[in-house]
Design a protein around this ligand. Sequence first.
Ligand code: ADP
Ligand code: ZN
Ligand code: ZN
Length: 745
Amino acid sequence: MPVYCDVSLPTPLDRPFTYLLPETLRHRAQSGCRILVPFGKRTLAGVILRTHDDPPETAARAVHREALRLLDEEPVLDESLLKLGNWISTYYCAPLGETLRAMTPLASDIRRGKVYSLTSSGHDAARQFHFDDAAPDPAGQLLRLLDARPLTGAYLARKVEKAASILRALEKKGLVESEDRTAERHHRPVAATEAPPSALAPARPPHALNAHQQEAFDAIRAALDAAVFKTFLLEGVTGSGKTEVYLNAIDAALARGKTALMLVPEIGLTPAVAAQFYQRFGERVAILHSAFHDTERAQQWRNIRSGAAGVVVATRSGVFAPLRNLGLIVVDEEHDQSYKQQETPRYHGRDVAVVRARDAGAVVVLGSATPSLESRYNAERGKYTRLELPERIERRPLPQVELIDMRQEFLETRKQATFSRALIEAVTARLENGEQTMLLMNRRGFSSFAACRACGHRIECANCSVTLTYHRRDRRMLCHYCNYAVRVPDRCPKCDSEFIQFLGTGSERVEEELHSAFPRARIARLDRDTVRGKRDYEVILSGFREGSFDILVGTQMIAKGHDIPNVTLVGVVNADIGLGLPDFRAAERTFQLLTQAAGRAGRGETPGIVLIQTINPDHYAIRCAAAQNYEMFYAKEIEFRRMMWYPPFGALASLVVRAAREEDALTRSGTLGRLLQPPPEGVKVLGPAPAAVARLKNEFRFQVLLKATSRARLGEILAEVRRFAVFERWPAASLLIDVDPMTLL
Ligand code: ADP
Ligand code: ZN
Ligand code: ZN
């Protein structure tokens, strides 16, 4: 009977801790189970890495303490997931304990108790709250956290001091409401309600695959038969019917007695998507979505674990779903940024999927109309196998795209208008024909900033080095990075002049201008301001799909995967947003966004057109998107990456040193810079330099970029940097390491 267990705890100290097992736990504790242990004055839940009898070193014996309670009778992480956790921890330079915690389903089982959410006046209060991070106000912090999504009392208690009593006060004021979740544990899984029975009843039979789909599917099926690890890149133009190929592949995996996992982008997991899976696979489907409550997720997780659900559709963290006998992983829209986790562990869901499949001997299908440079390059090198769907379903044409040079438009009209004459005309025609329009404006708010005409001063966030965005409905200037909000000033805070000017257009303003230009049109808007809860998104989209609106205006949310046949016009109000960002992926992202947006037009029987307004009509990202020509874009972009040693060439990591005091950030980043001078062999070091957003949420930030010739070399250097930070006793949060960063901002 083992006497000890080594436990990995979610602390920045990156090593396991050994605990004594009480008699009662000795025959039950297994690796992969969670266990409650004392840690300093706290009690933490960790994951058992191994149980053993090795006597601890004498010096350490004194600190050996007893484990308190076993949380799982069966491991929540089996051997293969523990192994995956180890890989993630090493590759992404993240402490193992934090990695394992991110991999386990949130433990509603251990956190009996309440889930808090904001009432609508609570949401209003959260938006109007004057956030001052220098003197954090706990009530404000709570409002801000809950503004994003409902959270458990236990979580809030960890994040905010005296959370319990403040929550009670907020509840009395009617700003917060709570619900007891313990009772819900044995309820039907929420996914069943996500796919309304009505969606199951008009169930269609599977489409007969067309020749291209069949060819792609045959290749996948052959790999499933061979039952060895293989990765496909399914490159299919917008509207080519990729989903049908996925569904067939999943079917084939099930037929071979295997299980299947499909990952979709954060925003791609709508009830409409879920319904397709329920129609095809019925009760065997489990849905894992980050918007679900812990209890809902835990229930789905148990269904997967028990084998009742053999098909999992999930967002990023679903890559850790406890499927056994995994045969297939599909990653839809593999280029999507939401696959990268933006907090520790900063893993990329697509890449983790490939590693998991490799260990399981499973087949991977990465699908996209606009593959990431990394994936396409891997296909070129023979690491992945490329499959193509070069045509739309039923040979429907790709939409006709026209670029509208807004500089020329200005010269001809002498007016600084939001909509060109051609766009107005095209929308008018759609309204007359009862067809629908989507308008992309990839920036929210009314005006992007306010400036004083007299002295040029721009209204900036108090916590971040960025300008505030004017949100008209809220009558507030808002920071898009930290949610800081102030009243709209009627005088310049610097020179007291009353001539404040609002510049730059956002989606809110586009909506308003549409109302004036087309007073009779029914218009809806889809952006983070109109989508507050998990339902809003679907309510607006299904309203549009059902024809309750003529025009849908929105940010990149409208460009994602939607298949709405009556849309025959897509307009891009301003294609240039994002092009100028100091980020090597700016062109790639612009190309993807415009191509995906264009792909929403003409998916039904009536052909579609796309009008792209731009002042950079010669930029290759815009030209290639207008031609909907991925090959052309790839050829150009890959040369730029090669020349600059950016991914997919070499290995890239971003180090950000941050601190509340500028001197601390400056000294530490200086020390780090000296450590990396002269640059270690096989590595290029850029910086330290102020990060693109030099101050964020009241912290000063300096960035160092590492470009290494090999992955192994990068790993060595990063490990050294981490040891150094520990040796120098830097606070754990002061050094942020992002391996394969998706953004440098
Ligand atoms: P993509 O994801 O490649 O943009 P979708 O998977 O959304 O395309 O498919 C576009 C549309 O074509 C969907 O409405 C789908 O139901 C339909 N479709 C897919 N395959 C076929 C087929 N073989 N025959 C007819 N319609 C199909
Ligand atoms: Zn001024
Ligand atoms: Zn801010």
